[in-house]
Design a protein around this ligand. Structure first.
Ligand code: ADP
Ligand code: MG
Length: 259
């Protein structure tokens, strides 16, 4: 991620652990847009889970996060919401994509791009198709009032059949192998405007043998991005991945126990 202060649209980033929103226990206490608040309410999400209390203030402040918490603890919202935190209101959508969900990353993407949203802004990598579909469903819930297009890249189709659609989406939720295939084979695949990379269930991604695939993907992404890495366990290989992908990973480790 870029050092704090380089983004003219960034809110003040409070010091790690002592941020203005560090004590927040409900979504209402976080600096979220009206659209995200309304969607959370509609989905009946009110109280933050422990990992959300630990991770969201950092992620919302634009920092990289390495978050560890067990399965079922609510890690998905830790990375799906951070786009929806802006108090700035934006004009009409610039991109509608071709179907797909409307996701909460839009405000972050608009902010960082000075109001222009086109092309790929956020990439979520997850180990399996099932997890990708679950993330997509959660994105539809929490992002239904935002104007942004999102899609799944999880195989089951020819790469060439997906190619046109891929170029039109702002958020991709993908399994690593399929994403790398698109990077290699889809003409005009462009990640140069990527603002946020999410590595979800990173321990399982590595257990499934995707370490080299991840390295190849990350090597092709812009370095000035925010990276959120979530994992159920903190293994050595997860920490190695954090070193490769995060900006100052040792400063950004959060877990529910630190709350
Ligand atoms: P993890 O990725 O840590 O395994 P998930 O993000 O899939 O966990 O969340 C597990 C379940 O908890 C999901 O059904 C999700 O909708 C729900 N959930 C997440 N955060 C909250 C919350 N703050 N309040 C109520 N339910 C939540
Ligand atoms: Mg998960």
């Amino acid at each position: 991620a870029p050092p704090p202060g380089t983004n003219p649209l960034a809110l003040d980033a409070p010091a790690a652990g002592s941020g203005a929103y560090a004590g927040a226990r409900t979504f209402e206490e976080l600096p979220l847009s009206a659209a995200t608040r309304a969607a959370l309410k509609q989905a009946k999400f009110t109280q933050l889970t422990a990992i959300q209390r630990a991770a969201l203030p950092h992620a919302l402040a634009g920092r990289d996060v390495l978050g560890a918490a067990k399965t079922g603890s609510g890690k998905t919202l830790c990375f799906l919401i951070p786009g929806g935190w802006s108090q700035i209101s934006w004009g009409p959508a610039h991109s509608s994509g071709s179907g797909g969900a409307r996701g909460p990353l839009v405000e972050l993407l608009f902010r960082r791009r000075w109001g222009k949203l086109d092309g790929l802004g956020a990439l979520v990598l997850t180990p399996t198709r099932e997890l990708a579909m679950q993330i997509f469903d959660e994105l539809v819930k929490v992002g239904r009032r935002h104007e942004i297009s999102a899609g799944l890249l999880i195989g089951g189709k020819k790469v060439s059949e997906e190619a046109t659609r891929v170029a039109s989406l702002n958020v991709l939720i993908a399994t690593p192998g399929r994403l790398l295939q698109h990077m290699d084979e889809t003409p005009g695949f462009d990640a140069s405007g990527l603002q946020m990379l999410v590595l979800d269930e990173a321990d399982r991604i590595l257990d499934l043998g995707f370490a080299a695939t991840l390295d190849a993907i990350i090597a092709n992404l812009p370095r000035a991005r925010q990276t959120l890495l979530f994992s159920a366990t903190q293994t050595k290989s997860v920490r190695d991945l954090a070193r490769l992908s995060l900006d100052h990973p040792d400063n950004h480790m959060v877990g529910p126990q630190q709350n």
